[in-house]
Write a protein that binds this ligand. Structure first.
Ligand SMILES: [Zn+2]
Length: 458
């Protein structure tokens, strides 16, 4: 069983036999052994309790990514989605997020596993190596047992083609290999592709543009699938992400990428396009909702045509478009959330420890410039009410203000790794605060993530 003593959790084991012997810990007389939540002990749990091993969910089950920057949110996440028509991807961090918080992928898998054990949750969970770019990271995360890979192809997606003139596009396309040019033009140019409820018509210049923008990215996707995923001897969720780019993914471009992948027999579980409007972190959708609905329905049709799930990145807090997403995807989708659970942690701190909250908030304001280079957001920081004008009892209102939410969202790495004289400025205090208020954090997450699955009708 899982036990907690002051801020620390342990496994308490008793009895004899191989499970007992394999767990590392300290024997306490005849009563058993107290075992810390180490990587070794996690692997032991995996060997004896099948439900603690992560699994893949495939193309026909809705999944929700529940990124947990702190490694303590999973119990609340599990409770929020329990008995719903959606499976949780409890571990979901990109290399960027792990680096910014000085955590490792092992740690991410360990904390998710211990949460599953603590909750006695037996309905299955996944682990996503999120926004992976480099082959060495792909290799390593597969060795560690992730069940999902989100391949970030943004380094291979050609920029500036979107805005290039027709002439420039033609000139660039002309430089390609003769056979390749012929293949692309024969396959796509002036063709009409029939989906279930609509047709996709592609003209010559679209073909050229899409080849120039996505050609290298598609080659990389095929390479990664063939090298690392195709021969895996276990079920696996392979997600393609083309969302972290300037260019909004047009239906023709989505079709082009998907069709090329199918021709190479790449098994895609989900694909994340870049939608119109803005999916900024931790706040509602910004943009024309009617336009979004129109384009979403086109993307859903393409995904259905090719038989994979549409994936919605930066999906947290997009409450105004959740009903639309639910309606068109018919509740078979993947949706990612992460930073919003960090913001709920800060809500706990705002309510329970105003002075710590004030220090964190001031630090975020002072250092936000540094964080802005990692995230594309457009808040108005000037509009945030000054701290000195806010009473303690009103601090948690910052977590209801979009500008402050974005400020606190993107500065998590700076806040968690800030040091003074070799000791952490906030991190230790944040963890001990949240440990003391474990039930409060859990309640907030159940409510907030619960609102997501509720609005998505999952
Ligand atoms: Zn993304």
């Amino acid at each position: 069983m899982m036990i907690k003593e002051s801020a620390n959790k342990f496994l308490l084991a008793s009895g004899e036999g191989p499970l007992y012997r394999e767990l590392n810990g300290q024997e306490i007389g005849d009563e058993g052994k107290v075992c810390p939540l180490t990587h070794h002990n996690r692997l032991v749990l995996n060997r004896y309790f099948d439900y603690t091993v992560p699994s893949a969910f495939g193309k026909n089950t809705a999944t929700i990514g529940l990124g947990d920057r702190l490694g303590i949110a999973s119990p609340g996440h599990i409770e929020a989605i329990k008995n719903r028509d959606v499976k949780p991807i409890l571990g979901q961090q990109s290399i960027r997020e792990l680096t910014l918080t000085k955590r490792t992928m092992e740690d991410m898998i360990d904390t998710a596993t211990f949460a599953v054990f603590q909750e006695g949750y037996k309905d299955g969970f996944g682990i996503d190596a999120d926004h992976i770019k480099k082959e060495e990271d792909i290799k390593r995360s597969l060795e560690l047992g992730v069940t999902m890979l989100t391949l970030d192809c943004s380094d291979y997606i050609q920029k500036d083609v979107e805005s290039a003139s027709k002439k420039q596009v033609q000139d660039e396309f002309a430089k390609l290999d003769v056979k390749l040019k012929k293949y692309y033009l024969n396959t796509y140019s002036n063709q009409v592709f029939s989906l279930k409820t609509r047709k996709i018509a592609v003209n010559e210049i679209d073909v050229m543009r899409n080849v120039l923008i996505y050609g290298k990215a598609v080659a990389y996707m095929i390479h990664v699938f063939n090298t690392y995923v195709r021969h895996l001897d276990r079920d696996f969720d392979f997600e393609i992400s083309i969302d972290e780019t300037e260019a909004i993914t047009s239906p023709e471009a989505h079709f082009f990428v998907a069709n090329e992948l199918r021709k190479s027999q790449v098994e895609v579980t989900s694909l994340a396009p870049r939608f119109c409007g803005e999916f900024q972190k931790g706040i509602d959708y910004i943009g024309d909702i009617d336009q979004f609905e129109k384009e979403l329905s086109e993307h859903v049709d393409i995904a259905k045509h090719f038989g994979y799930k549409l994936s919605i990145h930066s999906g947290s807090d997009k409450f105004s478009v959740f009903p639309i997403i639910s309606k068109h995807t018919e509740r078979i989708l993947h949706i990612k959330t992460a930073g919003t659970s960090w913001l709920e942690a800060l809500r706990v701190i705002a309510n329970k420890n105003p002075s710590l909250y004030r220090k964190i908030h001031a630090y975020a304001e002072k250092n936000v410039e540094q964080a802005l280079k990692y995230y594309h957001i457009t808040p108005n920081f000037e509009a945030i009410t000054p701290l000195e004008d806010t009473k303690d009892s009103m601090l948690s209102e910052y977590l209801n203000d979009d500008n402050a939410r974005q400020l606190l969202h993107i500065t998590y790495g700076l806040i968690l790794t800030a040091n003074r004289n070799e000791s952490s400025l906030f991190k230790d205090e944040i963890y001990s605060m949240l440990s003391e208020n474990e039930d409060v954090y859990r309640e907030y997450l159940i409510k907030h993530i619960g609102k997501h699955v509720e609005t998505l009708d999952l």
